[in-house]
Design a protein around this ligand. Sequence first.
Ligand SMILES: [Zn+2]
Length: 356
Amino acid sequence: MSIITFRFRVKDSVTGKHLSRHAVACNQVWNFCVATQREAERRRKGGLPIRWPTAFDLIKLCTGSAAELGLHSDTVQTICRQFAASRDLHRRCPRFRASFGAKRALGWIPFIPRAMRIDGDAAVYLKRRFRFWKSREIEGDFKAGSFVQDARGRWYVCFQCEVADDLSAGNGEIGIDLGLKILATCSDGTEVPALRHYRQYERALGKAQRAGRKKLARAIQAKIANARKHHLHVASRRLADANSLIVVGNVNAAQLAKTNMAKSVLDASWSTFRNMLRYKAARRQAVYVEADERWTSQTCSECGSLGGPKGLKGLEVRHWVCNECGAHHDRDVNSARLILMSGRNVALQSTGILSG
Ligand SMILES: [Zn+2]
């Protein structure tokens, strides 16, 4: 089973004010949790044997507050649980959520199915219908969800649904070399171009920022993010549909991001792309592997000798001929082929075929 999130834009011109009101109330619950936690920490520092409040404790302390805050009681409980989970994960007290001012937290109203009914193109919360643009059908079992706000102040409704992993995969095998100028080069020679939205919109963004037009700047940023996500979805879906083995190089964006290539690396969104490939493969019961890609720029995929270009200078060499066997290589396709080979070994080992 996989959990996938369906996200829809809420028709918020009329209902947005109700969501904003709910969001303020949610922040109040959250901030109450923060205050309770801080108080417990303060007392413990003072030598009192105080344990940290659990989600259960917080829920108990919040009993009866839902009606007063105009929230569903399940929403209050979900916030308490999320608070405790976030605190335990990061091992420190989360921050307060400001409802107003420059550091305002983006609106967030979590719910569980008991508090929410999906009725056609409307999400019914506390008897109020929040209509949304239903751009696709909702599949699977609805487990949890939330109303969320983006930087532009627009509202979205998200439904996390559990779906069966029953999509069919192709029978191909593919190695993928992630790069800066080209997002992904595949072992079959195909490419996924990096959409340089940031570059494309950079000027407009800079101009808007300098002119102090915050709203416009946020709109451009949101546009960039949406276009990039769409591009990555389309590309990863095409790869997941066609292949039963997907191998991606483990090149680390953080290592390269220290250099002046940082912007391009971040723009290329490697980690997002990997995540999409991973869960799309899982839904199709395909195998997804990340393989070590050291040496792949120097090793020949035909004869296995280290006959390729070396060092950082070599990064500029796109085509080369193997010293040993004379094979002509496109650097990135060669890397992708080696990645596929090493991924096959990993996949075989993990399924136990090679272990005997
Ligand atoms: Zn060779």
